[in-house]
Design a protein around this ligand. Structure first.
Ligand SMILES: [Zn+2]
Length: 405
């Protein structure tokens, strides 16, 4: 089949659509998929441009097959009012190669004190509300938030962590943490918070989206909530179905993430949740930090790592190549479902839609090399890991970015 793109839109899908004077991209023997949509990433602009900015973030995202990205609002200033939403949207038009759909803060400055103006931010273009990776602790505050959001049609995205028991830790409370003598983040610090948020979603009939699910117990809770008809969706990221707590051995700070890498049973539980539809979305969880902030003692090192350029390749290799998910299911979780959850008109290759298309070479086995990342954070926990596929082209609103490496 041919896809004819005109003025950034898909104009026609059929055979023999070649038109004199049109530029042609040859996708023979490759797979053509809708552009991926990332629901969980940090762009770091404004305020933390030494870590990443809109230019580098979007180039890195596009390299990983994402044609649309969101942004966690814990920037400086935080995306907590109309002016900052308008600023980031305008800046994304000049700086970003991808589309950008901002999230607005649940609380001013993501500080867990005062509510922001949700309706006003929605009118300026936010697609969801979230405090990013900062979990809301106070029950009376979170109750107010859900009650307020019940007047609007916008999902709440929550990172689930009871900070009074998580020890601000980036390692699972278990065998490895005990052996290393580090305080761990127990499973219950995630699940208790998750249970509370599910109950609030039920009480106020709010669409609650759970960010990066890491434990099999969380998958079970979400499965139960869905069975009861509670309006809940969930996401995970590749590290939670590929890597376990032992990655933090030798105090490897690249493995310091929140929630932490869990156990092999959790990995099985997450994969089961992906297979049966309990987990709707796979996000990149791109959290770039300076290398200096990672090369510190484990307790003080920063959380997270650069992930845009590895998410799809890893998910494909570990789920599709291993016959855990079909390619269609993977595309659902990385494109169609995020579009539906965020209420954006994307996630399809269909006439009339934006020409956001990715071409994948499924026979290009290679190892992850962070030195060639387009992100400012040129390091990864996956360095040297083998993947089966590569992205050869990312087409965004009809503009083609071709890659050779
Ligand atoms: Zn988080």
């Amino acid at each position: 089949m041919d896809i004819l793109i005109n003025q950034g839109k898909i104009a026609e899908i059929g055979t023999d659509l070649a038109i004199e004077g049109y530029y042609t991209v040859d996708a023979t023997d490759k797979i053509v998929i809708p552009g991926l949509i990332d629901m969980h990433c940090e762009i770091c602009e404004p305020g933390y441009e030494h870590r990443e900015n809109l230019i580098t973030a979007s180039l890195s995202a596009a390299r990983g097959g994402f044609t649309s990205i969101t942004c966690n609002p814990n920037t400086l200033p935080a995306i907590d009012n109309k002016t900052v939403v308008e600023y980031i949207k305008a800046k994304s038009i000049t700086d970003a190669v991808t589309h950008l759909f901002p999230y607005g803060c649940l609380t001013k400055g993501c500080e867990n004190n005062e509510l922001t103006e949700y309706g006003e931010m929605q009118l300026s273009g936010t697609v969801a509300l979230s405090d990013g990776d900062i979990p809301i602790q106070d029950n009376s505050l979170v109750n107010k938030i859900f009650r307020y959001v019940s007047m609007l049609d916008m999902p709440i995205i929550m990172h689930c962590e009871d900070t009074s028991i998580s020890n601000n830790s980036g390692i699972h409370e278990g065998y490895t943490s005990t052996r290393l003598g580090l305080k761990g983040f127990p499973v219950v610090a995630e699940t208790m918070h998750l249970a509370r948020n599910i109950l609030l979603s039920k009480e106020y009939d709010i669409h609650l989206h759970i960010a990066h699910v890491s434990t099999k117990e969380s998958v079970e809770l979400i499965r139960m909530a869905k069975a009861q008809g509670i309006h809940i969706t969930a996401e995970t990221s590749p590290r939670y179905f590929i890597l376990d707590e032992t990655m933090a051995d030798h105090y490897n700070t690249f493995a310091k993430v929140s929630p932490p890498l869990r156990t092999s049973e959790d990995i099985e539980g997450i994969i089961q949740g992906l297979k049966d539809g309990t987990i709707d979305v796979i996000s990149s969880d791109h959290k770039p930090n300076t290398i200096d902030s990672k090369q510190l003692e484990f307790q003080v090192a920063s959380f997270g790592f650069s992930s845009f350029e590895t998410a799809f390749k890893l998910a494909y290799t570990h789920l599709v190549s291993n016959n855990q998910l079909s390619l269609n299911d993977l595309i659902q979780k990385m494109s169609h479902n995020p579009a539906q959850i965020l209420g954006i008109n994307k996630g399809h290759i269909k006439v009339g839609y934006d020409a956001d298309i990715v071409i994948v070479d499924q026979h290009d086995t290679h190892t992850i090399n962070p030195n060639i990342f387009l992100s400012k954070a040129k390091y990864s926990l996956y360095e040297g890991i083998e993947v089966d596929v590569n992205i050869t082209n990312t087409i965004i609103s009809g503009k083609n970015y071709g890659y050779t490496l």
